[in-house]
Design a binder for this molecule. Sequence first.
Ligand SMILES: [Fe+2]
Length: 302
Amino acid sequence: MKTPAAADASPKGVNRGVAPVTYGTGDRPPRGDYGRARSDYTCEQDHAQYTAADHDTYRRLYARQLQQLPGLACDEFIAAVAHLGSPERIPHFDAISERLQRATGWQVVGVPGLIPEEAFFALLAERKFPVTDWIRQPEEFDYVVEPDIFHDLFGHVPLLFVPAFADYMQAYGAGGLKASRLDACELLARLYWYTVEFGLIATPQGLRAYGAGILSSAGELRHSITAPAAQRVAFDLQRLMRSRYRIDTYQASYFVIDSFQQLFEATAPDFTPVYGQVRAQINLHGEIEAGVVLPGERSFSV
Ligand SMILES: [Fe+2]
């Protein structure tokens, strides 16, 4: 049986350098039946095993998030979310993949749950997004420790229909494989955290969310855009890589991009020298705690 990296099990460990895919894990074995997984950790989505209660959980989660999106989620996300298909039942991955293939060449693949970072990076580099195929229990409606199918599908997949973001995700996977060899996964995990999971984007109408951790959260969507206590700092790659993050509560800091193209371009170059520069900055000045705005830094007020 294949199991995800056990070293990633401690929440405290996230800031010490663990995989971006393992955020929010607790002190217990990962959930999911890994006996079903292939060597690349993917598995068939056994759609027939979903119960009426599973479909109902999906329907209620979807409905709750959808009504919150206007004014808080970015337009690209709102426009793309319909590509997931019917909000009434858990979708078939194959049907979404067909639409994604036509739009950006991506597909979604099933996984039993959290997977090791190298396997995750390898799938992204092949334009395959791993989606956990189980859904939370009704008693976990408001909070589930590990990402489930709702987080992975609703939070992550719509923006894979947007070409610039889709290209960024593939580049991230390729960069991750390289970071593994350079022992730089902790720095790269911060990029994933503060963009793919908790990113904000500036628009003429104001700040909007594009991060999946925000968009799939009942409470953080509004918090991220409207809470005066949170800091919102202009995206800067090296600054971001020096920044710690919180996994046990809403974010104290968010990073704001101007466009998905900016994100793709900022992260397109080889990160090898960037890692060296960030490490030198950390050695000199230390890491930056969440919730801090540095002198002279561009931040956004709400
Ligand atoms: Fe996620």
